[in-house]
Design a protein around this ligand. Sequence first.
Ligand SMILES: [Zn+2]
Length: 194
Amino acid sequence: MLHGGKVVAAFLNDRPRDRRRRQQVVKEQQRVLDLLDVVRMLQARIAKLTLAGPPWSDHPQTDLRVRHLMNSANGILARYKHLPAIQISQSSRSTSTPRLIASTRAEPIRKGADDTRLKSESNVVRSLLELLNENLLDRLFKCPCGRWFGALRRSGKFCSTQCRQKKYRSQPGYKESRRVYMRRYRQLHRKNVQ
Ligand SMILES: [Zn+2]
């Protein structure tokens, strides 16, 4: 899977044993999750506004909800030292669909004595924005078991084969179809033996 996806998923799955450290980590994770939520809402809104195709008489930039969400996203991003921000890619005259993109300053994050944790949160946010720019943000999933993971395909919804099978077994009709299958299997087997 994509490196950036791994970085973000590992950060979101982190559960330190130490109680005080865990409280801190949960706060950091919540900020990243809030950002992810807002960015996904923005993507959905922009996709809806641009569904009809060009010309963009209704440019997403002028939509009130988009503007509100952009403010929320950039409010969260203002915290990070590599000064990231998101914007909408195209002007209204352009023929390619406007989409959400992120900009970050290239320079490394300033080193401080006590900001190691924020630095890693900051790096996670950078990875998240890189996924956005590579159009891969929709490969970041939360499995029904609670684990985050980066899927190779957009259709991947489970973190492991175990989780996929668990879901399949819990579906209504599974037991009945399994009974029918086993009955047929035994009948076939008997025939082969004789
Ligand atoms: Zn799972």
